[in-house]
Design a protein around this ligand. Structure first.
Ligand SMILES: *Cc1c(COP(=O)(O)O)cnc(C)c1O
Length: 420
């Protein structure tokens, strides 16, 4: 469902004219829709019916406090991969007992923090991590509920940089070693093995890889129970893809949930899922202004005021994003290369894209940037991080303001021998 629609030729975000926000906030900026976040979350919730389900929003996709809080109020827990993310989730109102901790390199201080907060579960990814966690938990007199992240050796058929479930990837424990590791875990102080987890990659657009992985984890749960372990949870990770224009349509939550239920129902486990992109990806656009239209020898360039430092997905993952004018036109579309101001050829959002004719000062929107957009931005070229704005019905609020140049430059300090 799309919450960024044209009315009388002008783009609205829910009930607010996008051009009005641009006027108030200045370009470029990220713009998120509350209704879209809620719609996506409720789709998952409803798809699973009365399955015992915990939806842990993978906050790394978009860590803005307002976004996390919007989802938390709908009942979401959180999947975090750092102490910083855990602090953000707690601050936005996600209770510790709904937070799961993923990641291959949890440090002593991160584990200590999470244990002291009363985290729901650690998703343990290696044997050294298991021993580290055991010793910290025992020292604190606490018990860490853990799942082991299984590496199921399944090809998620997605971009290589976001594929995580093959045996050559750094993630998880090889599925063939799980049984032995669980035996060791059972003998350790401070550790309670409660289940298994996995996460095979991101922007997955077919059900087959999920099903292969979930079948593997289900088989392992049966084996572990035969070995005498009390397995009560399975955490299936995130990864469900979203439609970026030009993509095949990924499976719907209903289809995903049906498959999950078919593969896992007989186990009677609590199901945890960790969607990131699915919840927030299509809930955001990036609004930018055309600075110059430049006719090259072979191409026509739309040079816009957003750049790769604001949205890195096209240059990092060859990602396709729809680019549309904020004000519709009846003129015939022309081919543009849409580029930013950064001094790198990689600073390109699209090549040979059909867009209606644009001129300097016109606004355009880059679609489907709610996930892995703002969170991956940087201040490269000393470009201030761009504001984030949240819309709800007829209201909007700046949920992260644009920093001033003094704030950015003031983060640096001179070495003593350079000061006056
Ligand atoms: C990134 C990540 C997710 C979320 O992935 P999406 O593709 O955004 O749904 C979930 N779980 C883990 C462990 C992750 O690393």
């Amino acid at each position: 469902m799309n919450y960024f629609e044209y009315r009388n030729g002008e783009m609205f975000a829910e009930g607010v004219r996008v051009a009005d926000i641009a006027e108030k906030v200045g370009t470029p900026f990220y713009l998120y829709s509350t209704a879209s976040l809620a719609h996506q979350f409720n789709q998952f919730k409803e798809a699973f019916g009365d399955v015992d389900l915990l939806i842990c929003y993978a906050v790394k996709a978009n860590t803005n406090q307002a976004v996390i809080k919007t989802l938390a109020e709908l009942g979401a827990g959180a999947d975090v991969v750092s102490e910083g993310e855990m602090r953000r989730a707690l601050k936005a109102g996600v209770p510790a007992e709904k937070i799961v901790y993923s990641g291959v390199a949890k440090t002593v201080s991160e584990m200590t923090f999470a244990l002291n907060q009363g985290i729901y579960q650690f998703n343990v990814e290696s044997e050294p991590e298991l021993y580290q966690l055991s010793s910290i938990a025992a020292e604190l007199g606490k018990t860490a509920d853990i799942t082991f992240r299984v590496n199921p050796d399944v090809d998620a058929k997605t971009h290589a940089k976001i594929s995580t479930g093959k045996s050559e990837n750094k993630f998880g424990v090889p599925w063939k070693s799980i049984r032995e590791l669980c035996t060791r875990a059972a003998a350790l102080p401070g550790i309670k093995l409660v289940g298994l987890d996995l996460h095979i990659g991101s922007q997955i657009t077919e059900l087959d890889p999920f099903e292969a992985a979930f079948t593997r984890i289900s088989g392992l749960v049966e084996t572990l129970r035969e070995d005498g372990h009390d397995i009560s949870r399975i955490d299936l990770g995130g990864g469900l893809g979203i439609p970026y224009e030009g993509d095949d349509f990924p499976p719907l939550p209903r289809e995903y949930a049906e498959m999950v239920t078919r593969v896992t129902e007989h186990l009677n486990c609590k199901i945890i899922i960790e969607p990131g992109r699915f919840l927030v990806g299509n809930a955001g656009i990036l609004v930018s202004k055309v600075v110059y239209v430049k006719k090259g020898e072979e191409r026509e360039f739309l040079i816009i005021d957003a750049a790769m430092n604001d949205l890195v997905r096209p240059s990092m993952y060859d990602a396709y994003h729809g680019i549309v004018p904020v004000v519709e036109s009846s003129e015939e579309s022309v081919l543009y290369d849409v580029v930013g101001p950064v001094c790198e050829t990689g600073d390109t959002f699209a090549t040979n894209r059909l867009i209606t004719p644009m001129k300097s000062g016109d606004l355009l929107a880059i679609r489907s940037v709610g996930a892995y957009g703002a969170v991956m931005s940087s201040t490269y070229n000393t470009r201030p991080l761009i504001p984030e704005v949240l819309v709800k019905k007829n209201d909007f609020a700046v949920v992260r303001p644009r920093p001033t140049y003094d704030e950015i430059i003031g983060l640096d300090q001179l070495a003593p021998w350079l000061s006056e």
